[in-house]
Design a binder for this molecule. Structure first.
Ligand code: ZN
Length: 333
């Protein structure tokens, strides 16, 4: 049972201490340029007495920026006098990936959001997952994990919670999503939930919400504003930060089946035929993939397998066979 060894990560913050602490999760990483070196993952703990505890995370994938922008900002500005309980902020969970501007870690190619529950004697990425699994999630009442599309996808901005077997927890998740008040709210279906932080939190019975707020490996003014407002709203909704939730209109979307997703079957150059947020009819051509190796070949057509609206699209101009090209979601209201 080697995975039950204690985590090699040492926090430089005390989770039980009142006030604001800016510190690190220090993960030993011996390597050519630093024999007894460490990965220093920034962490902020803002605590004021007993009360509920929130875990706020960004940079689970290293090329998604709305979460880190909102969370470094919150760590700098949240006054502990406004807080009842504990706010734990890790703005760049997979810090090596975040530093490299890549989805996965340059050290071990680990995708943190496919590495849960992790291993204390595993790779750097697995050690980070293990620390969240065994040290941070158990002390959490509500977890908010920010995502965006990264370099290869772009999304309409939404906050999301999963359909869950426990309907009481599901309803609490959807209520927290409403409080986040993104323009869109999603009842989310995963392509492959194994190894996800979401799954780890939910299997522990935690309230868990997430986002997809844009993409393309950058951020936009609008999506950063949504992130900043959303995180404060969720803390107010949870009773951790004083004040009323700044509700904004949201429209609910649903991903009812795997027919939501379209994938490229050929390499080539993608031509987007409709834009994010626009309505889609079943059978409509969402995108065309043009062969670039020769002239004269007809493009491959990517057709919608259900009606709804375009919630996500492939971002770069070139695609490879197997790339997710489009995601259609259904308007609930
Ligand atoms: Zn992500």
């Amino acid at each position: 049972m080697s995975h039950l060894r204690p985590s090699p990560i040492t926090p430089t913050v005390d989770f039980e201490r009142d006030g604001v602490q800016h510190g690190f999760l220090r993960l030993p990483y011996s390597r050519d340029d630093s024999a007894w070196g460490s990965v220093m993952i920034p962490i902020c703990v803002i605590r004021n007495g007993s009360g509920p505890s929130a875990l706020l995370t960004g940079g689970n994938h290293g090329d998604e920026y709305e979460g880190p922008l909102a969370l470094y900002d919150l760590a700098r500005t949240l006054d502990p006098k406004q807080v009842s309980g504990t706010v734990i902020i890790v703005p760049a969970m997979n810090y090596p990936a975040f530093r490299a501007g890549t989805r996965t870690s340059p050290i071990d190619k680990g995708n943190l959001n496919r590495s849960f529950p992790g291993r204390s004697d595993g790779t750097v990425t697995e050690k980070i997952a293990d620390y969240f699994q065994r040290e941070l999630l158990p002390r959490t009442d509500i977890a908010l994990d920010f995502h965006s599309g990264g370099k290869t996808l772009d999304f309409v901005p939404f906050c999301a919670a999963h359909i869950r077997p426990d309907k009481e927890l599901e309803a609490k998740g959807f209520a927290a999503v409403e409080a986040f008040s993104a323009p869109w709210s999603m009842k989310m279906l995963e392509i492959d939930a194994v190894g996800m932080f979401d799954t780890a939190a939910e299997e522990m019975g935690k309230l868990f919400i997430t986002t997809e707020l844009g993409g393309g490996g950058t951020s936009r003014a609008e999506t950063v504003r949504i992130a900043r407002r959303g995180v404060l709203n969720v803390l107010r909704h949870a009773g951790i930060v004083a004040g009323a939730v700044e509700m904004q209109p949201t429209r609910w979307l649903d991903m009812p089946s795997g027919d939501c997703f379209s994938f490229a079957e050929d390499d080539g150059m993608i031509e987007t035929m409709i834009d994010l947020g626009e309505p889609v009819e079943e059978g409509q051509v969402l995108a065309r993939i043009h062969s670039i190796g020769r002239t004269g070949a007809a493009p491959q057509e990517i057709r919608a397998r259900m009606s709804g609206l375009l919630a996500a699209r492939h971002f770069p101009g070139l695609v490879k066979a197997g790339d997710c090209t489009a995601v259609v979601a259904v308007l609930v209201d």
